[in-house]
Design a protein around this ligand. Structure first.
Ligand SMILES: NC(=O)c1ccc[n+]([C@@H]2O[C@H](COP(=O)([O-])OP(=O)(O)OC[C@H]3O[C@@H](n4cnc5c(N)ncnc54)[C@H](OP(=O)(O)O)[C@@H]3O)[C@@H](O)[C@H]2O)c1
Length: 271
């Protein structure tokens, strides 16, 4: 399918690896120029080179997106180069700290909310007004199936992602009349650096010796018994990126306020 994103400007948060990197590449392949951001400059530069290799204009900004200043610096650098953002992908997220409700203190909770929810609030507040003015925009928030079927480990993360889903619906209902379409994508188990790190962290928390285990073994040992997937395999970042690129396009103009699972069949409910 040709999604025809030529001449569109996209901003993808947390785009130096994992799902965000795959989304940035997919949007660039479809013709968009792209702004990317993350903390680590090395991976970010590598991604910027890959995107430029596709013939796209790229802005890469190192910043901590869990802070208001970090978000502001990315917005300013992007607008200074491109003058506008048409497609905003609020992808950055994660579950800081240990697992289990009683192990999580206020700092862990606030860190999870700042990273998963407030980053999206801040980017949306800065960039939606321009989309409204131009009568065209897309905001796609990367939530998680954990918002719909919360586990008992990353309670702070599940709650922040559920907040992100509610935010998406409110913004969708507010701005659809202005041509700004907001949706949420809910990845299930997706093979990224974060998933490997999380598997290692959770196994260690259980007192399991992970010395010498490969990334595959870590994921298989921790996640597969807990999350048997009907499709029979863990997802790839590209599985998520395809859906996001579709939602970013004109073809998805009548999908607004949706919360779409891309999860290998993991979520059991039909709503
Ligand atoms: N993987 C899964 O199974 C899965 C499932 C459901 C939902 N998700 C969601 O999908 C999104 C992407 O996850 P992923 O698995 O691709 O994660 P990942 O592999 O850890 O990649 C995260 C990206 O965000 C950046 N990042 C992390 N913290 C940041 C911060 N404070 N400021 C700026 N950049 C930051 C990272 O770069 P730096 O570290 O250099 O900053 C990296 O580019 C997240 O919202 C996650 O919750 C993932």
């Amino acid at each position: 399918m040709n999604l025809n994103l030529t001449n569109k400007i996209a901003l993808v948060t947390g785009a130096s690896k994992g799902i965000g990197a795959a989304i940035a590449l997919e949007l660039a392949r479809e013709g968009a120029d792209v702004a990317i951001c993350a903390r680590g400059a090395k991976n970010l530069d590598q991604m910027a080179r890959q995107l430029a290799g596709l013939g796209r204009q790229v802005v890469a900004v190192p910043a901590n997106l869990a802070t208001a200043e970090g978000v502001q610096s990315v917005v300013e650098a992007t607008l200074a180069t491109f003058g506008r953002v048409d497609i905003l992908i609020n992808n950055v997220g994660g579950a800081p700290g240990p697992g289990g409700f009683l192990n999580l203190d206020d700092e862990h909770w606030l860190a999870a909310w700042n990273l998963n929810l407030m980053s999206a609030v801040r980017f949306s507040r800065a960039l939606i007004p321009g989309m409204v003015e131009r009568k065209w925009g897309r905001v796609i928030n990367i939530a998680s199936t954990s918002a719909r079927e919360p586990d008992i480990v990353v309670v702070h993360y599940n709650s922040a992602k559920a907040g992100l889903v509610a935010l998406s619906k409110s913004l969708a209902n507010t701005y659809a009349k202005d041509g700004v379409i907001v949706n949420c994508v809910a990845p299930g188990l997706t093979r990224t650096p974060a998933l490997e790190l999380s598997a290692a962290k959770r196994l260690k928390e259980q007192g399991i010796d992970i010395e010498g285990l490969t990334p595959d073994e870590l994921v298989n040992r921790y996640y597969i018994p807990r999350r048997p997937l009907p499709v029979g395999r863990v997802g790839t970042p590209q599985d998520i990126a395809g859906m996001v690129a579709f939602l970013a396009s004109e073809r998805a103009g009548w999908i607004s306020g949706s919360y779409i699972n891309v999860d290998g069949g993991w979520v059991k409910s039909i709503y």
